[in-house]
Design a binder for this molecule. Structure first.
Ligand code: ATP
Ligand code: MG
Length: 172
């Protein structure tokens, strides 16, 4: 096992089993993981349904099963890619390796001199935030695609009803 602290970022709208799979793999390679919750300011939108706090709730319980030290840090968008890495560094514990499959994230961290590693995709067609939100909106089964904690939080806060409500057009 390498020693070190890794950084992994997602929007986690919602946190699903694809993310959990990636984190389980990262946990085999490093000592500690910093998880950035991207677009932390966004919520109550069709593509950004949950608040940062709701996403923290989903992840905290699921990550208890991962016996690795981790830190969850909400990170707001700054709409300025050229200084985004500095923005991340200003908010997080220090890290020496980045895990991502996102081309922009890879590009920005590479240019800043970080080692960036890619992790394998895990049944990407079904384990995808977009797919899960679509299933929630259209009344299809989605529980099997997320950890129990994500399901519990979405139920507790009325996430499906929220998504349907904000997807509606103005009504008289
Ligand atoms: P959305 O469809 O809303 O963008 P998403 O499933 O892509 O949701 P993100 O929060 O955007 O989830 O993803 C964070 C990171 O997790 C991304 O770099 C993405 O490539 C990775 N990821 C998402 N799903 C999987 C998966 N099934 N297997 C491996 N990595 C995944
Ligand atoms: Mg995505």
């Amino acid at each position: 096992m390498d020693s070190g602290r890794a950084f992994y970022i997602g929007r986690f709208q919602p946190y699903h089993l694809g993310h959990q799979f990636v984190l389980e793999n990262i946990a085999r390679e490093v000592d500690e993981i910093i998880i950035g919750i991207g677009s932390a300011q966004a919520s109550h939108e069709q593509s950004n349904l949950f608040t940062a706090g709701e996403r923290v709730l989903m992840m905290t319980k699921a990550l208890e099963e991962l016996s690795i030290k981790h830190y969850i840090i909400p990170i707001e968008d700054i709409q300025r890619n050229s200084v985004w890495v500095s923005h991340v560094i200003s908010l997080t514990p220090p890290f020496n390796v980045v895990y991502s499959n996102n081309p922009l994230v890879i590009c920005l961290f590479n240019e800043a001199g970080f080692e960036v590693r890619q992790s394998p995709l895990f049944l990407r067609e079904q384990y995808s935030g977009t797919q899960i939100r679509h299933r929630m909106r259209t009344g299809k089964e989605w529980k099997s695609l997320v950890p129990q904690s994500t399901f519990d939080v979405i139920k507790e806060i009325g996430g499906v009803e929220r998504l349907k409500m904000i997807s509606n057009k103005d009504s008289v």
